[in-house]
Design a protein. Structure first.
Length: 113
């Protein structure tokens, strides 16, 4: 259910930006979702379709760009892709990893008219 709040926030950001440039309507909202964000493109699309009704984004398309997860181990300093739901280093098995990419969940840009 937290996806509802996330999508509402994304829509609010887009609507505020469109209003700020005096746009009549939003044509497309470009969203970035990371593999590690635990938010799926399907759930974002579902809630977007529900929430956009009656707004300047009522006819807007949603473009979701997925970003792969990348980790850096703080012990051995090697980079890797996550192998499990709990990020651990596949080389030294340390659980002390830094997320380099893949936790994104934001509006990248909007197209307006």
């Amino acid at each position: 259910m937290h996806e509802l709040a996330i999508v509402q926030n994304m829509l609010d950001v887009a609507l505020d930006k469109a209003k700020g440039v005096k746009a009549a309507r939003i044509v497309k909202i470009n969203v970035v979702l990371g593999e590690l964000s635990e938010v799926t493109g399907e759930s974002v699309q579902f809630y977007f379709d529900l929430l956009k009704k009656g707004t300047a984004a009522a006819d807007a398309a949603l473009d979701v760009r997925l970003v792969a997860g990348r980790l850096r181990c703080r012990d051995c300093l090697r980079e890797s892709s996550p192998q499990e739901s709990t990020p651990v280093c596949p080389f030294c098995h340390s659980p002390i990893v830094e997320i380099l990419s893949g936790d994104e969940c934001n509006v990248e840009s909007i197209d307006v008219e």
